[in-house]
Write a protein that binds this ligand. Structure first.
Ligand code: AMP
Length: 477
């Protein structure tokens, strides 16, 4: 089964008298960072479901005409992240199944779909090649065919969903939103003009002037229909938000578990400065995610923060593959140095993560080419040694640069003067939240949702410690 749902965004709205398709467009536009491969909106008007979807960025997929054709009072939308696998149009969400009876969109990933496939055997013609999201939609629809209303159908199918999921589902007259029992992917609820909105991230609420109400809880489902909002805990919840939402994935202006993503990233930088004080002249962040971390490092260390790297703000996914020569330059298409900031300087550069290690070396080369005398590469998360199965798209374990390598070996591979990673404890402490409320699987190999047959894909190295350069003792706070 291919992982087709990495790094996605979901959005839903219920409201009479609201132009729900237009609103969903702006919601998805605000959530563009969670997925750039394709986008779709489905709208229900009480008697029918209509949908528009295509490959491309939100602003490319929807024209004024497309939005105008989607009339109704309920909408769900989805942005999908680019992946080399399964890019066919049939995988673009929202899915619509049962001849327009159900629309469904999913953020997350089910590492094991065995239970779903077994359940659907004999009920759906052929499950081979169906994505996990499609299987989920079929399972819900099967229960609807047995006479269950949408909320009851979701409740009945829920135990078959073994993995990470935040979902929105819609019939012609009802909207449902739910989160997996560990709340691995985020999902929040807001009010708007007498109606309700749900969104992967709170940043979308600011765009559309919706008033944040609360996060949907792990294991909870909310239903919105003619009679208003109803809430139901369908499974016991235990919050295990993927810490990667704070590290890389969420937008700075979102809030997760009551914490500003911006503030937490700044704290990551401050903690890095306490763990790894470095004699340097300037602190630089790799745009965009790491900029608050660099600010935090600068504030804590007293070393001036400068914009040493400029990001081309029009960089976006194109569907034209660059040739090899251009691909080698792809970092330069995105990032260029500001030589005046770097020439003759000892530079601390901060990035949020190292995954394959393919971008770190060209960034370090850029900084040296621009005249830096030392480049200390600091990472605001620990080494990623384990693959992700819950929807963040970190690759197979042997493609991870930190797998089986010491920090010194990694430093040599990327050509930095020194390389340091934020400690696991320091990272968790910087969130200001209990450490038990996070999934840290890609750093620790501890997976809060059973991976079943997928455990075979993981090696637990015994010979490599998490960090070969020990951080300084943390100060409290
Ligand atoms: P790599 O070059 O593979 O080591 O990737 C690390 C860079 O990609 C960092 O600059 C991150 O900001 C960014 N990054 C981290 N996680 C992801 C992800 N899941 N998808 C895309 N980019 C990512």
């Amino acid at each position: 089964m291919e992982n087709l749902n990495e790094k996605c965004a979901i959005f839903g709205v219920y409201g009479k008298g609201i132009d729900v398709a237009r609103l969903t467009f702006f919601g998805l536009f605000a959530l563009q960072h969670r997925g750039q491969e394709s986008s779709g909106i489905a709208v229900a008007d009480g008697s029918d479901i209509k949908r528009h979807k295509d490959h491309g960025l939100v602003a490319q997929v929807f024209t004024e005409e497309a939005i105008d054709s989607l009339k109704g009072h309920i909408a769900i939308g989805h942005n999908r992240y680019s992946t080399s696998k399964g890019s066919g149009t049939e995988h673009i969400q929202p899915m619509v199944v049962g001849n327009g009876a159900l629309a469904f969109a999913h953020n997350g990933n089910l590492p094991s779909t065995r239970a779903l496939e077994e359940f659907l055997q004999g009920k759906v013609e052929n499950t081979a090649g169906l994505s996990d999201s499609c299987l989920m939609a079929h399972a819900i629809h099967w229960y609807m065919e047995q006479g269950k209303a949408l909320p009851d159908a979701v409740t009945a199918a829920y135990p078959l969903f073994t993995g990470a999921f935040s979902i929105v589902a819609m019939t012609k007259d009802t909207l449902v939103a739910a989160r997996d029992p560990k709340g691995i992917r985020p999902l929040s609820l807001a009010r708007l003009n007498g109606g309700f909105v749900v969104s992967s991230e709170t940043c979308a609420f600011s765009t559309i002037d919706a008033k944040f109400v609360r996060e949907i809880l792990p294991g909870e489902m909310v239903t919105i229909d003619e009679s208003g909002l109803s809430e139901k805990q369908i499974a016991e919840g235990e919050q295990k938000l993927d810490i990667f939402e704070f590290i890389y994935f969420a937008r700075h202006d979102s809030e997760l578990m009551g914490k500003s993503v911006y503030e937490v990233r700044k704290n990551f930088g401050k903690t890095l400065a306490r763990e790894y004080p470095i004699d340097a002249d300037v602190v630089v962040g790799v745009p965009e995610t790491s900029l608050p971390c660099a600010l935090g490092y600068a504030e804590q260390s007293g070393i001036p923060y400068e914009m040493g790297l400029n990001k081309n703000r029009y960089i976006q996914r194109t569907f034209i593959q660059p040739d090899q020569k251009l691909r080698d330059k792809s970092v330069k298409m995105k990032l260029t140095p500001i030589p005046g900031v770097l020439k003759g300087k000892r530079v601390v550069v901060i990035d949020d993560s190292i995954v394959r290690g393919t971008t770190s070396k060209p960034i370090i080369d850029l900084l040296f080419e621009a005249g830096a005398t030392e480049v200390h590469f600091l990472v605001s998360s620990p080494p990623i040694r384990f693959p992700d199965f819950y929807g963040i798209d970190t690759p197979a374990q042997d493609s991870l640069i930190a797998y089986g390598k010491t920090v010194e070996e990694m430093r040599a591979a990327i050509g930095a003067t020194s390389l340091h990673f934020l400690s696991l404890e320091g990272m968790l402490r910087s969130t200001g939240l209990p450490k038990e409320s996070f999934s840290t699987s890609c750093f620790t190999g501890e997976y809060p949702v059973d991976l079943k047959e997928r455990y075979d894909e993981i090696n637990y190295p015994s010979d490599v410690s998490i960090s070969s350069t020990s951080p300084k003792q943390m100060e409290p706070g």
